[in-house]
Design a binder for this molecule. Structure first.
Ligand SMILES: [Zn+2]
Ligand SMILES: [Zn+2]
Length: 171
């Protein structure tokens, strides 16, 4: 499955490269593209955050065998939660991931290495959902559910054997 990483202008080229370099089978890098759409209508003034469902609607549907993931710097929420790292259409081939909460302000001594690991893990997580995977009980599988950035550190950017077996393609 080829991955198209769309990104907003506030995501650094280094982070786009990191996200691509961490892709594990059956995900393969396709292309990185600047997102040209506007997310202004997705902004919620009362929460000073972006509505994740609304942002997800702005992500184009991919062609067969491709997955589209939009990387943003904007802070995302869903109504029931303070924030979300990302959101995907289950098996819909598209998702969105935010860098905002992977490096929270209170973790000001966080190294770039840790941030890049979190980015790779959550890229795999959202792409997994987009490809049809649900949450996984294996602690270090990319599809394990994470509610806090520190819990992302315990996961790998790869799919466990049982998740991997549910995905198409060689690997
Ligand atoms: Zn999830
Ligand atoms: Zn798994």
């Amino acid at each position: 499955m080829k991955v198209r990483l769309l990104h907003t202008a506030d995501v650094s080229p280094g982070h786009v490269r990191s996200a691509f370099s961490g892709l594990a089978p059956p995900l393969v890098p396709g292309e990185a593209v600047m997102f040209r759409g506007s997310l202004a209508a997705c902004y919620d003034r009362s929460r000073a955050q972006y509505d994740a469902f609304s942002v997800l609607e702005a992500v184009p549907s991919p062609e067969p065998d491709w997955l589209n993931l939009l990387l943003v710097g904007a802070d995302l929420f869903v109504p029931a939660l303070t924030y979300v790292f990302g959101l995907s259409h289950l098996a819909g081939g598209r998702g969105v991931l935010s860098l905002a909460r992977l490096k929270p302000p209170e973790e000001n001594d966080l190294t770039e290495t840790v941030l890049e690991h979190r980015l790779r893990v959550e890229v795999a997580h959202e792409l997994g959902h987009a490809a049809g995977l649900v949450h996984c009980v294996v602690n270090d599988c990319a599809m394990h559910r994470s509610l806090w950035p520190e819990s992302v550190d315990l996961k790998n950017p790869e799919f466990c054997a049982s998740c991997r077996a549910r995905l198409p393609g060689p690997g």
